[in-house]
Design a protein around this ligand. Structure first.
Ligand SMILES: Nc1ncnc2c1ncn2[C@@H]1O[C@H](COP(=O)(O)OP(=O)(O)O)[C@@H](O)[C@H]1O
Ligand SMILES: [Mg+2]
Length: 263
């Protein structure tokens, strides 16, 4: 069942990793309200999908959590610490893979480490392991131009995991890919994030996808941006695509559509 604005994700005993209280963000000296009065908690290891129409503040919320922009009101903590700027508890992934064309897949995966310190043989072994995990075992030495869009996003995912961040912020990461590739990557993403035990915030336009992947769906409504509801997704894991054909699944889809007013 949908619950009102004040919510917590997953079970009561799970540790809270992200907490927002009345989080607001305006741009242009208050002219644009991007987010207003957002109250939410995210439990450790949970998968939270964010859905809502364009401009409702999804990317703004992720950027606030990453500390890339400053909030204009409210409080926001990660692991109980106030967010005052960019920090290493989170890693982000976007619709475009933003790989360096002149570096091989494995060199791209190692880039975040290389920026911070010298790369060790253990880092290289981990990068190879992560490339295998995302299904690119045989493409470690390929250049981005030799990889499909889906494969490039796999590299970006491996690069994100290489940072060791335990909170993954994914802003429509597969949104530019064709439907088949996206579905396959979604299934693999579920396996991978459970394997590494990461907490994941995943923005998508697709309501079915949002529910299928998540433990909780943050349904956001526009103007001003605000978290309308946190909808709990009760289905057991591992999940298979057949789940989307069940009446229980479709009841939840209807509930989310109802909140969004998109029937
Ligand atoms: N840097 C910015 N300057 C001015 N307005 C912005 C900026 N970033 C976002 N906005 C505005 O804030 C609102 C929320 O944007 P965004 O978080 O990108 O929405 P979403 O990701 O849900 O599509 C939109 O009205 C958008 O135009
Ligand atoms: Mg966005």
């Amino acid at each position: 069942m949908a619950k009102p604005v004040e919510n917590s994700t997953a079970s009561a005993q799970a540790k809270t990793v992200i907490e927002g209280r009345d989080v607001g963000k305006t741009f242009g000296g208050g002219a644009v309200i991007a987010l207003e009065g957002a109250n939410f908690t995210v439990a450790e290891g949970s998968f939270v999908s964010l859905v809502g129409p364009s401009g409702c503040g999804k990317s703004t919320l992720l950027r606030l959590i990453a500390g890339l922009i400053d909030r204009t009101s409210g409080s926001l903590t990660v692991h109980g610490r106030d967010i005052t700027g960019p920090h290493t508890d989170v890693g982000m992934m976007f619709q475009r893979a933003t790989l360096l064309e002149w570096r091989t897949a494995i060199e791209n995966v190692l880039l975040p480490i290389e920026i911070q310190r010298s790369v060790t043989s253990a880092d290289k072994a981990r990068a190879a392991e992560l490339l295998a995990m995302v299904g690119l075992k045989d493409f470690a030495f390929s250049f981005p131009s030799q990889l499909s869009g889906g494969m490039q996003q796999r590299v970006a995912l491996a690069r994100l995991l290489q940072t060791g961040a335990d909170i993954l912020l994914m802003d429509e990461p597969f949104g530019a890919l064709d439907e088949f590739t996206r579905e396959r990557l979604n299934l693999e993403l579920m396996r991978i994030v459970s394997e590494v035990g990461a907490t994941t915030l995943f923005v998508t336009h697709n309501i079915l996808e949002a529910i299928f992947l998540a433990d909780e769906v943050m349904v956001m409504t526009p103007r001003p941006g605000r978290l309308a509801r946190m909808v709990h997704v009760p289905f057991a894991r591992p999940r298979t695509p057949e789940l989307t054909l069940t009446p229980e699944f479709n009841a939840l889809v209807a509930e989310v559509r109802d909140i969004l007013g998109t029937h």
